[in-house]
Structure formats: C-alpha cells, structure tokens
Design a protein around this ligand. Structure first.
Ligand code: NAP
Length: 303
C-alpha cells in the first residue's frame, strides 16, 4: 500500500484564503485591519527566509505587517522596551518575537512580557495554561497546523491512539493538549522513552517533532497510520544539501495510510495558522467573537 500524501501547501493555501476573507470583512465592516509585528534580533539565514514569508503572506492576506529588526548586540532591556511599546500600540494585534534569541537575552522573560491577547505564537505562560485547562486560547501555530492536517484524514480523533514524539514547549506539549481536547488517547515520547519503535507502532496517528533526520523508520509505523512529520533537517547529499523530516519518508509511505511530505507538509501550515491567530487576536481585542476557520463551526460563529 502506498500512503496518501497530505498536501500541506494546498491545505495551507485554503486556510489563508479563509483568513484573507475574514480580514477583508473586518476592514470593510469594522474599519479594522489586523496588524502583525515581527521582531527579529540579529540575523539567522533560516529566520530571514521565514520572516520574509510571514511578512509577504500577511500583506497578501489583507493585513498590515510591521517588521522590527534589532542588532545581535541589542540588550534585554531594549527588547523588553520594544515589546512593551508593541503591547500598547493599537494598530498591532499580533506580536511575534522570532526565536532563537541571542544567548545574553532571557527568552522566557521576553515571551512572558508579550500581552497574552497579542501572543499569536501562543507561547506565553497564560496561553499555555489556558490551552491546558481547556479555556479559549491563542494556540501555538505548528501544533495547530499538525492537528488540522491530521483531521483532513481523520475528522474524528475520538478514542484514536496518537503518539507524539518530542515534548518541546513549542510543538510536542501543546500538540498533546490539542489531541486530548479531540478525545484521542495520547502517548508522548521523548529521548528517554524505552522501545520507541514499539511505542510508535501503537499509534493510529504518529506526530514526529524531534529534529533528527529520518529517525522514524518505516517498520515503526502501524499499517494504515496517519503520519505527520514536523521535522525540518538540512542534510548533505551529493555535495548539495536538502531538507528531510524526522520520518524516513520513502519507507514510511509504503506502510502508512497517509503522510505529510517535508518540505510541503507542516511548514506551510505554520504560517497560515499564524495569520489565522492574528485575525483571531484582532477580533478578540475589538470585543468580537474569535473566528475558528473551521467550516463546521464557522456557521455558528458567523450566525
Ligand atoms: P526540540 O525543542 O529540540 O525538542 C526535540 C524533542 O525531541 C525533545 O523533546 C527531545 O527529547 C526529543 N528527542 C530528541 N532526540 C530523541 C530521540 N532520539 N528519541 C526520541 N525523542 C527524542 O525541537 P522542536 O523545537 O520541538 O522541533 C522539533 C523539530 O520540528 C525540528 O526539526 C524543528 O526544526 C521542527 N520544527 C518545524 C516547524 C515547522 O514549522 N515545520 C516548527 C517548529 C519546529 P527530550 O525532551 O528528552 O530532550
């Protein structure tokens, strides 16, 4: 059996279309243009590409984008001061501080300084706590994208066995919360997990967020399972470099029922979910209901 390929690019384009429609309605009916501020400290080639795409897509979706670039040598106090200004700025509805930050800056302190209502990355302790306790929250973009992709294959996760490999605060842990909220039975694995292959084989759904090229082998996958590969790893190949995921794609696609490619799977969803969160934040700050961008629930929100 060859797995169905989950087309993250197409699904992300569809979500961006819904977000752009919502942004245009807000501008037309309320005179409200959602604004996203992106803060970059220093320069990382990968961050530059990512930040450039965010800015382009925000503008293309009818939003405003405000880029703030600080030198690598910027102090923690300067960054806190910028975050505080953005918190107070009424044209800014979403604030994203690009990570990683230089080592002399305390990342937790900066993230915690972001107004939770503008925290479109969903990384503040307030939003993490709200997600965990089942309150409405701005949810981290990559896990949200993973869930949307999985649900294109399995619309109901009720009682399904989900295995999440990786327990980072930005991917693994929030993803577990989203899956629990969908009534999946969740196992979270990490570097100390024993018999990772055996644990993985239990999953009707497997989410790999590890950062190790092609670690998850084909024989780790339960036949017919849905595999969502979050990993982005650059590897050398024939004098060039290419990007691979955390899953050995060629092997896994022979066993899985459906699988995301890398690139073209989770990556495009992350930016689409960021734009969706910016529109949600703009609505909430204006006292309007937060759109879900979920067709089945949208009708209720709009009505
Ligand atoms: P991270 O903070 O480094 O966390 C990696 C997790 O993998 C940790 O929980 C670690 O376990 C676990 N792990 C490491 N080696 C393992 C092993 N041999 N067996 C089992 N578990 C192992 O990484 P992250 O930020 O979550 O990112 C994970 C991957 O996703 C990276 O490739 C990153 O580039 C990618 N990513 C992609 C997007 C996107 O938009 N596509 C967004 C974010 C991240 P311990 O906790 O025990 O150390």
């Amino acid at each position: 059996m060859t797995a169905r390929i989950i087309d993250g690019k197409a699904i992300a384009a569809e979500l961006r279309g819904k977000v752009a429609d919502a942004a245009h309605r807000l501008a037309r009916d309320r005179g409200l243009v959602p604004g996203l501020a992106v803060v970059v400290v220093g320069s990382h080639p990968a961050s530059e590409v990512y930040v450039g795409s965010k800015t382009r897509m925000a503008l293309g979706s009818g939003m405003r984008s405000y880029d703030h670039r600080l030198p690598e040598t910027a102090s923690e106090a300067e960054l806190l001061e910028l975050v505080s200004r953005l918190n107070a700025d009424p044209v800014v509805h979403g604030i994203l501080v690009q990570l990683p930050l230089p080592a002399h800056i305390d990342t937790q302190k900066i993230v915690a300084a972001i107004d939770p209502r503008k925290d479109v990355d969903g990384f503040t302790p307030t939003n993490a706590g709200r997600l965990t306790t089942g309150l409405p929250a701005l949810v981290p973009c990559t896990p949200l994208g993973c869930l949307i992709l999985a649900k294109t294959i399995e619309p109901s996760l009720d009682g399904r066995e989900a295995v999440v490999i990786g327990r980072s605060n930005i991917v693994g842990k929030p993803l577990v919360q989203l899956l629990l909220a969908e009534n999946a039975t969740v196992t979270i694995a990490h570097s100390r997990t024993r018999d990772l292959a055996g644990v993985c084989r239990r999953g009707d759904l497997v989410f790999a967020a590890v950062g190790r090229p092609e670690m998850v082998r084909g024989h780790w996958i339960k036949p017919g399972a849905t595999v969502i590969d979050v990993g982005v790893n650059r590897v050398a190949a024939h004098g060039n470099s290419r990007t691979v995921g955390d899953v050995a794609f060629t092997e896994a696609r022979e066993i899985a029922g459906a699988i995301t490619p890398v690139p073209g799977g989770v990556g495009p969803m992350t930016i689409a979910c960021l734009l969706a969160n910016t529109v949600r934040a703009a609505c909430a700050l204006a006292g309007l209901p937060m759109p879900t961008f979920d067709d089945r629930r949208q009708a209720v929100d709009d009505g």
